[in-house]
Ligand binder design. Structure first.
Ligand SMILES: Cc1cc2nc3c(=O)[nH]c(=O)nc-3n(C[C@H](O)[C@H](O)[C@H](O)COP(=O)(O)OP(=O)(O)OC[C@H]3O[C@@H](n4cnc5c(N)ncnc54)[C@H](O)[C@@H]3O)c2cc1C
Ligand code: FES
Length: 577
């Protein structure tokens, strides 16, 4: 299913940009099914695009194997160490007050607040609860969100930067209070957060100094340090005391118990399609598979990528970025503290208790989803960093996940159209423990017609000219480049070349297709054209999935949707005739 662009519904400032984007980049007939002279197209492309195509070829032709020290399969420590109840799929039409789409921290916290306020709430989840980013996060709860406050002061002004800080501080406090109130055993531990610049990285050090000045201007209590207690040489660091870490799923399980106790209803394996009908004060949502209706007065998109666009063009205003995590058993004692590098490559550290041991979660190595080097290389980079820093006795878990980033790096929270009771919460930029919580609180306020001081800051319809125009063009030019590069990729591999547990784009029956040979030797073939808007997905060998470089949709090796915006699976192809 392809999404339609409704130009008439777009804000006026968007229309010339959309038209320029479409006419510049989407005009060529570059579908796999259409014959064209690839060389002519290539000659007209920029050098950057040629480099991109070569890089894709290299990526496709590599045949990585995991080093033995890394677990063969990804598994999130949080999911492996929590037992969750399961819920049925929706098998009939359904009526409720509030339909919440998505069972991550945003959806569950919203459901918690609204069931407590007496609303009839139904939560609809495409897979199982916490199969999205929440189940794979690092779970630092902090107001220190990398380098952000200096940018906010520059682009939004001092008052807006202060509101961003205040809203996240309140969310942090709310999480702690709720965990205490409900007496949750969720490993909630107070920690200081540190943002550091590596020694010798003068550019980042300057950015960190600007960030520190912004802290002072908005009243964020940070402390400058020339050294940190990790064996890392830093140019400087900002410490923020009084932050926290927890086990996110044990915390959310506590909220879930209250939701169920208060009569909340949950359906799993129920994907909601992008159609929403409005009739007076009533909304109707539909399940993707069977088109069962969900009638409600308020709908909440807590689906990470919005399940419904409503003319807001979220696909052109959000990009997906993946990062990687290892849970390591360190050889040396880890004193504690939650660390984050301000420069590249990103490195993140925090402790976690598991099976009577203190492990350290080492994270980082960001890249745009579906783009960059072979994904297993990112795990290896983290392993090397962790080995040099702390020494490694073992690595019980490795996993990766992605988050969405808005044009101006501030989440989109609220309604796109004032007269529509559909609320959105997305674009948390890897800070969704507090941002997801504050989004839930804002949405609950909106539904209860209570004022919220942060409504304007997070308004999904806003457009802050300074960062947004540039980022809009960069993001959509990148999408266009990926769209073209995927169509002209040069592929040498054949299905016979694939070893067990290997995937690649192969040449098969006269066309390029996605292929994965499972550990038992069975071949799975898919048409790898993304069902969202037609870009070509790429094989992710670290997680055995097909990832779309355009807007971040992901599919399992046999084509099932793992993450949106796509809601329709890849077409499976007959493997062997
Ligand atoms: C590597 C990494 C580390 C991170 N670490 C931190 C951290 O330390 N601290 C922090 O604050 N934040 C962190 N984050 C960010 C944080 O984890 C996310 O922002 C947050 O979990 C997003 O929660 P969510 O509920 O909005 O989305 P999700 O958890 O993704 O939940 C959305 C749910 O909606 C479902 N869904 C999607 N489409 C549909 C549909 N059509 N119908 C029905 N259901 C649907 C999905 O299956 C999913 O379960 C990190 C992110 C990454 C990538
Ligand atoms: S084309 Fe948009 S996610 Fe694939």
């Amino acid at each position: 299913m392809r999404r339609a662009l409704h130009l008439a519904e777009q804000p006026i400032w968007m229309i010339p940009l959309i038209l320029a984007w479409l006419s510049l980049f989407h005009a060529p007939l570059l579908s796999d099914g259409v014959s064209f002279d690839g060389r002519v197209v290539i000659n007209e492309m920029s050098l950057t695009l040629m480099e991109e195509i070569n890089m894709k070829e290299n990526r496709m032709n590599s045949t990585p194997q995991f080093p033995q020290s890394l677990p063969q399969f990804p598994q999130s420590l949080w999911r492996a160490s929590s037992e969750m109840p399961s819920f049925p799929a929706l098998k009939e039409d359904h009526t409720t007050d509030v339909a919440i789409v998505g069972g991550g921290i945003t959806g569950i916290t919203t459901a918690y607040l609204l069931t407590k306020a007496g609303y009839k709430v139904t939560l609809l989840e495409a897979g199982e609860l916490f199969v999205g980013t929440t189940g794979f996060t690092t779970a630092k709860i902090t107001v220190q969100h990398g380098l952000i406050y200096h940018d906010l002061v520059t682009n939004f002004g001092e008052e807006a930067a202060r509101l961003y800080y205040q809203s996240n501080k309140e969310a942090l406090k709310w999480i702690i209070q709720t965990a205490e109130e409900l007496k949750l055993s969720c490993g909630l531990t107070s920690e200081a957060a540190y943002l550091y610049a590596d020694e010798g990285d003068e550019k980042t050090l300057k950015q960190l100094e600007d960030e520190f000045k912004a802290y002072t201007r908005i009243g964020l209590p940070g402390e400058w340090q020339d050294h940190i207690s990790l064996p890392l040489r830093v140019g400087g660091a900002i410490k923020v005391p009084g932050q926290a870490r927890f086990h996110p799923l044990q915390y959310l399980k506590g909220l879930l118990d209250v939701i169920l106790e208060k009569g909340g209803v949950i359906y799993e394996h129920t994907m909601i399609g992008e159609q929403v009908d409005k009739d007076g004060g009533k909304l109707t949502l539909y399940t993707e598979q069977s088109k069962h209706k969900i009638s409600c007065r308020h709908a909440v998109s807590a689906s990470h990528f919005p399940f419904y666009d409503g003319g807001a063009l979220y696909f052109a205003r959000l990009h997906a970025e993946r990062s990687y995590c290892l849970a390591i058993d360190p050889e040396t004692d880890y004193e504690g503290g939650m660390y984050l590098s301000a420069g590249d490559p990103t490195r993140s550290l925090r402790a976690v208790e598991w099976n009577g041991k203190k492990l350290v979660i080492v994270g980082g190595d960001n890249h745009k989803t579906g783009q960059g080097i072979c994904t297993h290389g990112h795990y290896e980079n983290l392993e090397k960093f962790a080995g040099e820093l702390l020494g490694i006795r073992g690595i019980p878990f490795r996993w990766s996940t992605q988050d969405l980033i808005t044009l101006d790096r501030v989440p989109y929270i609220g309604k796109t159209a004032e007269d529509e009771e559909i609320y959105f919460a997305t674009g948390f930029r890897k800070w969704g423990m507090t941002n997801g919580t504050l989004a839930a609180r804002m949405i609950a306020d909106g539904i209860q017609r209570q004022n919220n001081p942060y409504k304007e800051l997070y308004d999904p319809s806003r457009f802050k000219a300074r960062p947004s125009i540039k980022n809009f063009i960069v993001h959509n030019a990148n999408v266009a480049k990926e769209l073209v590069a995927g169509k002209v990729e040069i592929v040498h591999k054949k299905t016979q070349d694939l070893e067990p547990d290997q995937g690649a784009v192969v040449f098969h029956d006269g066309r390029r297709v996605g292929a994965y040979r499972d550990p038992e030797g069975k071949l799975h073939l898919v048409d790898r054209t993304c069902t969202h808007m037609g870009c070509e997905t790429e094989w992710n060998n670290g997680d055995r999935s097909w990832d779309c470089p355009c807007h971040g949709s992901r599919y399992s090796y046999d084509g099932e949707v793992l993450e949106g915006p796509a809601t329709v699976p890849l077409t499976r192809l007959e493997a062997e005739k």
